[in-house]
Design a protein around this ligand. Structure first.
Ligand code: ADE
Length: 229
């Protein structure tokens, strides 16, 4: 899989892919992540990538030309399944969307800044718009990193123990059960006995019960959603 991220702040995207699971996935060549500086495509003599909004109002708007040229140069080399714009008014990211995107071959992610991009970019170049939640970030970069992380960890071979992605919270509309590790007794704070009993079937049942309980308490909306499909 290839993920190409378009940004005016490429440095912001250096950290998330330089460590741990995402770095390993890149090193193993399971995924390729390209970060592209939109400014390099600007035909303006000062390499400007934004301008005042028509009609006035505070805040700059990202211009079409550098974004269009950056997208076209990438499209000349690859076919893209989705060209995603990260924006707080997009569809809200959830595990189902990440699952779906993890099965694609190539995706492009455009990060917005300032007051966002010229609406014509969204109308003519973008195929999907995604938000990571009802709050506003300074730009789309952190949101693009969140989206990429949630997708990449689902690609087969990225996690060592493949079942561990399947048992994540949300995979089956349930939150994950509590987990414990050694020591079994820490200053009198003990681990549920069942977990040290060695009864695998009973442990599995206990985990399922705990998942349901936790979901009922914390996210009853997920159980309602689960009933619908
Ligand atoms: N850009 C700014 N805020 C965002 C959000 N909540 N989700 C996605 N992109 C964003």
């Amino acid at each position: 899989m290839k993920i190409d991220i378009l940004t005016v702040l490429p440095k912001l995207l250096e950290g998330p892919f330089a460590d741990s699971i995402l770095k390993r996935a890149i090193d193993k060549e399971i995924v390729q992540v390209g970060v592209h500086d939109i400014r390099k495509f600007s035909k303006d003599k000062h390499q400007k990538v934004d301008d005042y909004a028509f009609g006035g109002g505070a805040g700059m708007v990202m211009t079409i030309q550098p974004i269009h040229d950056c997208i076209e140069s990438l499209k000349a080399a690859n076919e893209y399944d989705e060209i995603i714009y990260m924006t707080p008014d997009g569809e809200q990211l959830n595990q189902q969307i990440s699952n779906e995107l993890s099965m694609k071959k190539n995706i492009m992610i455009l990060c917005g800044h300032y007051k966002g991009v010229d609406q014509r970019v969204r109308d003519h170049l973008i195929t999907r718009e995604i938000s990571i939640g009802d709050y506003v970030l300074s730009g789309g970069e952190l949101a693009a990193a969140v989206l990429s992380d949630s997708i990449i960890r689902l690609i087969p071979g990225v996690l060592n123990d493949e079942t561990s992605a399947l048992s994540d919270s949300f995979q089956d509309d349930l939150l994950a059960p509590p987990v414990y590790t050694r020591p079994a007794d820490y200053n009198g704070w003990t681990v549920p006995e069942i977990l040290t009993s060695g009864h695998l079937k009973k442990i599995e049942d206990w985990r399922f019960e705990q998942s349901v309980l936790r979901t009922k308490e914390r996210r009853p909306d997920l159980l309602e959603r689960g009933k619908k499909h």
